[in-house]
Design a protein around this ligand. Structure first.
Ligand SMILES: C[S@@+](CC[C@H](N)C(=O)[O-])C[C@H]1O[C@@H](n2cnc3c(N)ncnc32)[C@H](O)[C@@H]1O
Ligand code: SF4
Length: 373
């Protein structure tokens, strides 16, 4: 059984996920929502969205995930479809993830969403099983629940590749255990039920029951860009008080500003400094096995990424997420097993490398590859 002390974080060479605070409006009033902790109001200009996407489109490897919404409803923007279309055009290798309360899922909206090829996941935030709880928690009409179920069925026909989740922010302050279990049963097999632990920051009058032992992994992997170009590294920070400045010299310049990040994290998690300082070291880079053909193993990183002929690279399994059943949430990751090593023998394409097995076995497509050091 893994211990807390086995868990480490490393600041990634580039963000794994970027959240765009495209708008600040929402038609719901969820009891847990952080949007009530800020007075920031505005809409991200389409020019800024374009500027961000142009910046990200130059990254190599491509950004893994973009979430075009923070604490709001994307579908309240009239140009939501143009935004998604632009993301898909400019970032064809980046997955789009949309959390939504689902109240705008008309047939037309569903069809338009299904035409976005890189849309990977939709999370419907429902938060309740009983109508009464739904209306109290979300401030929306309970007729949305069956509407979302129908929408899910339609998505499955049109785009079976899109992952569909149904989430509940669960706390005994809001629902009973019975309601949570009924919610899981109701959605199981329809959309994947997700039970989310509420962040205590949702209740400004209350302190957490336990001291913070581990910071959220998100700080090391994700970036949130406000409607006005302000940057934060925490999606629960609706007020952008964990301030990383503004997007002035591009996203990567802000991301690679370790002094600022160190300060910020030391301040936020004074309990946890030793481990954090360690985690602030950047990984040199990370690649993946793109394909296996006979003896040759093709990698998605090559000369431009700094891979040299003759380099020995280690192949590692993805890190395991550790779920703490007592705390009720994921507390971090434990490094994956090393499967073996590869030797670089050539290059291909714009920035790919060809390798052969140096040691080990059982390599698969998408396995992670790191410099051996
Ligand atoms: C803030 S919403 C924004 C997008 C959209 N309006 C929605 O509700 O899905 C993103 C996710 O955060 C969840 N959430 C809201 N308040 C939360 C809290 N205090 N702690 C954890 N998650 C929360 C929501 O249920 C939702 O799944
Ligand atoms: S639907 Fe999303 S953004 Fe709106 S109040 Fe609920 S959690 Fe907040």
């Amino acid at each position: 059984m893994a211990k807390y002390t086995d868990i480490t974080y490393q600041t990634q060479p580039q963000p794994r996920q970027i959240r765009l605070d495209t708008t600040c409006s929402c038609n719901a009033h969820c009891l847990s929502c952080h949007r009530f902790l800020t007075k920031r109001k505005g809409e991200m200009p389409i020019e800024l969205i374009k500027q961000i996407l142009d910046d990200v489109s130059k990254w190599h490897p491509p950004l893994r995930e973009v979430v075009p919404v923070n604490y709001v409803e994307l579908f309240l923007r009239e140009d939501w479809y143009s935004i998604l279309y632009m993301i898909a055009q400019k970032l064809p290798f980046t997955q789009i993830v949309i959390p939504t309360n689902g109240s705008f899922m008309t047939e037309e909206v569903i069809k338009l969403l299904c035409s976005i090829p890189t849309l990977k996941l939709i999370n419907f935030s429902i938060n309740a099983y009983f109508d009464e709880t739904y209306e109290k928690f979300m401030g929306l009409k309970a007729e949305n629940i069956p509407k979302i179920r129908k929408a899910v069925a339609y998505f499955k026909i049109l785009r079976p590749d899109i992952l569909l989740w149904a989430s509940m922010v669960f706390s005994p302050l809001y629902q009973t255990d019975l309601e949570r279990d009924m919610f899981i049963n109701y959605w199981y097999g329809v959309a994947l039920p997700q039970i989310l632990a509420p962040s205590s920051a949702g209740r400004p009058d209350m302190k957490p029951c336990y001291p913070v032992k581990l910071p959220c992994r998100s700080i090391f992997e994700d970036m949130v860009i406000g409607y006005d170009g302000k940057i934060s590294s925490c999606c629960f920070d609706a007020d952008f008080s964990l301030d990383l400045g503004y997007l002035e010299n591009g996203i990567m310049a802000s991301w690679h500003n370790p002094e600022l990040t160190e300060l910020l994290i030391k301040d936020a998690f004074s309990d946890f400094n030793a481990k954090l300082v360690d985690s602030l070291k950047f990984i040199v880079w990370e690649g993946r096995i793109a394909a296996l053909q006979g003896e040759k193993i093709y990698l998605n990183v090559g000369q431009i990424s700094g891979v040299q002929m003759g380099d020995i690279l280690k192949v590692v399994e993805d890190a395991n997420e550790i779920y703490d059943t007592e705390l009720g949430y994921h507390v971090g990751k434990v490094a994956g097993r090393v499967k073996g090593t590869l030797e670089v023998v050539g290059y291909f394409g714009q920035d790919g490398a060809i390798s052969v097995i140096h040691s080990g076995a059982g390599f698969k497509e998408n396995d992670r590859v790191e410099l051996y050091q």
